[in-house]
Write a protein that binds this ligand. Structure first.
Ligand SMILES: [Zn+2]
Length: 201
C-alpha cells in the first residue's frame, strides 16, 4: 500500500514555482506520501531530471505524466514520458493513453478548464475526485461523476508551489512500482483522502 500525490506541477510548467529538487526533497523528508506523479502543463520535459534526482532514494517514486490542455478541458495522463500526437483532441488522447498502457484521468472536472459533464462521452480510466486546488463543492460534484461513470476516483494536490504539497493523497493498493500503481488505479484499488488536519475539504 502506498500513498501518492497524482497531480503536481514543477517549474517546467510556466505557472509553478516548485522545482524538481524541492519536490524530491519533500518526498524524502516526510514519511507519508512517498510517490508523486509529475503532471506539468503540456510538457514531459521535467520527467527525466526529476526521476534522475529521485533515483538516489530507494523509498520514493516519481510517476511520469502530463496534463494536457484541450478545447474541452484538462486531461491528466499517467505513465508517459511522451506527448500524444497533435492535434490534442480528447478522443485522441484517451486512445493514446490506452494504446500505451497509460492511465487517462479527467482533471478537476467541475473547475475552470475542467471537462464537466462532457467527460461522460469518453472512455477515461479514472476521475480526479479530490483536487487540492478545487473547492469542496467542485470536488463533491467530481465524486458524483465518478460514481455515475463507475470509474475509480483519485486525488492530487495540483501543486504549483511547495506549500500546496501534502494536502490530499491517493491511497493505492500497490507496491513502489509505476506499472503496478497504474494497473491498480485502473482496477479501482484506490481511495482519495484529504490529509489529516486539512481544512479544505
Ligand atoms: Zn494541474
Amino acid at each position: 500500500m502506498i500513498k501518492a500525490d497524482l497531480h503536481i506541477h514543477t517549474t517546467y510548467s510556466d505557472d509553478s514555482t516548485l522545482t524538481p529538487k524541492m519536490l524530491v526533497e519533500q518526498l524524502v523528508s516526510q514519511s507519508s506520501i512517498k510517490v508523486a506523479a509529475l503532471t506539468d502543463h503540456n510538457t514531459t520535459q521535467g520527467c527525466k531530471l526529476t526521476r534522475q534526482l529521485a533515483s538516489a532514494y530507494p523509498d520514493i517514486l516519481i510517476i511520469p505524466g502530463v496534463e494536457i490542455s484541450t478545447a474541452e478541458g484538462d486531461i491528466v495522463i499517467l505513465g508517459t514520458e511522451e506527448l500524444p500526437p497533435e492535434p490534442w483532441t480528447v478522443g485522441g488522447i484517451v486512445d493514446f493513453a490506452r494504446q500505451n498502457d497509460n492511465v487517462s484521468i479527467v482533471a478537476h472536472p467541475y473547475r475552470e478548464y475542467g471537462m464537466g459533464d462532457t467527460a461522460k462521452k469518453y472512455k477515461f480510466d479514472a476521475i480526479e475526485v479530490l483536487n487540492g486546488a478545487s473547492s469542496a463543492s467542485a470536488n463533491k460534484s467530481a465524486q458524483a461523476l465518478a460514481r455515475l461513470m463507475n470509474l475509480p476516483g483519485v486525488a492530487g494536490t495540483d501543486a504549483h508551489q511547495q506549500e500546496d504539497l501534502g494536502k490530499v493523497y491517493t491511497e493505492v493498493q500497490a507496491g513502489l512500482d509505476v506499472e503496478e500503481i497504474l494497473k491498480a488505479i485502473k482496477k479501482g484499488l484506490v481511495k482519495a483522502y484529504p490529509a489529516k488536519g486539512s481544512i479544505h475539504f
